[in-house]
Ligand binder design. Structure first.
Ligand SMILES: [Zn+2]
Length: 268
């Protein structure tokens, strides 16, 4: 079995401030170590299940958060940005059996995570078919195109509820409860044990119910990006097949999710 992990930081245990997410800020180092610990809790469970073909994609900000030597020896690390629309999912292909998202977070402007955003902190939000979307949803749709089911997601409680609404078979671990600008977090040891246990369950589900784990991608995708700066909306309206919805919103309609990802990649 071959497993792909995509790891972010804004959903690791107890994180609540941008200084804690930013390379070279003093508050960052602790949460970088927590991100690594949560990845390792998951990888250790995979290894204990006999799975050693594991790729970890560092998918936060610089994509240089994970210290290579701090991973378990069989794990391969994908660092840096490819500069493609596949973004947090770079390197995923049809050879993988399952995908896991660690440290993920609620969609833009959610009260469930002080650091909530979708793909960029300089836009208000992205909607698809009138629903605000998270990075989880965009990346799970992309994985589906590669015939890889998402089997587990960890992050804030708001996100894990969203995941369960999409597909209750996906294992989740909530790493904290958001309260607008604040969070309530359990002890990291409790969270890391929960990640280990949930990974074991996720592999069992993958082995027994793989076909039921996939999300359904809508047949028609009407994407709307709501910009903070209305001039960005005007600029984006020149993307092929894009159109202005209002002075600060630009839309794009397609039946091909790859085209949706390209629209988002080139216009945020
Ligand atoms: Zn991030």
């Amino acid at each position: 079995m071959k497993i792909y992990l995509s790891a972010d930081i804004e959903g690791v245990c107890g994180i609540c401030n941008w200084n804690e997410t930013t390379l070279n800020k003093p508050d960052y180092e602790y949460f970088r170590q927590e991100m690594i610990k949560e990845i390792n809790s998951c990888c250790q469970a995979l290894i204990d299940q006999g799975i050693t073909d594991i790729y970890v994609r560092d998918a936060h900000d610089s994509a240089r958060n994970i210290i290579p030597s701090s991973l378990l020896p069989c794990v391969k690390l994908i660092r840096g940005w490819e500069n493609s629309p596949w973004d947090m999912m770079a390197g995923l292909d049809e050879s993988f059996d399952g995908a896991i998202f660690i440290g993920y977070h609620s969609e833009s402007r959610s009260n469930h995570n002080p650091l909530s955003h979708t793909m960029s902190t300089s836009i208000n939000h992205i909607k698809i078919n009138n629903k605000k979307v998270s990075e989880f949803l965009l990346n799970a749709y992309y994985a589906k195109l590669k015939k890889v089911p998402v089997i587990m997601v960890t992050g804030d409680l708001g996100l894990t509820k969203t995941v369960k609404e999409e597909n209750s078979l996906i294992e989740t671990v909530d790493t904290f409860t958001g309260m607008h600008g604040a969070v309530i977090a359990k002890h990291p040891d409790v969270i890391n044990k929960a990640i280990y246990d949930a990974t074991i369950k996720a592999i069992t589900t993958l082995k027994t119910k793989k076909d039921e784990l996939f999300l359904m991608i809508p047949r028609i995708l009407e994407t709307e990006i709501h910009y903070r700066n209305h001039l960005d909306a005007y600029r984006a309206s020149f993307y092929p097949n894009a159109y202005m919805i209002s002075s600060d919103k630009t839309g794009h309609k397609t039946n091909d999710f790859i085209e949706t990802l390209k629209f988002i990649f080139f216009t945020i």
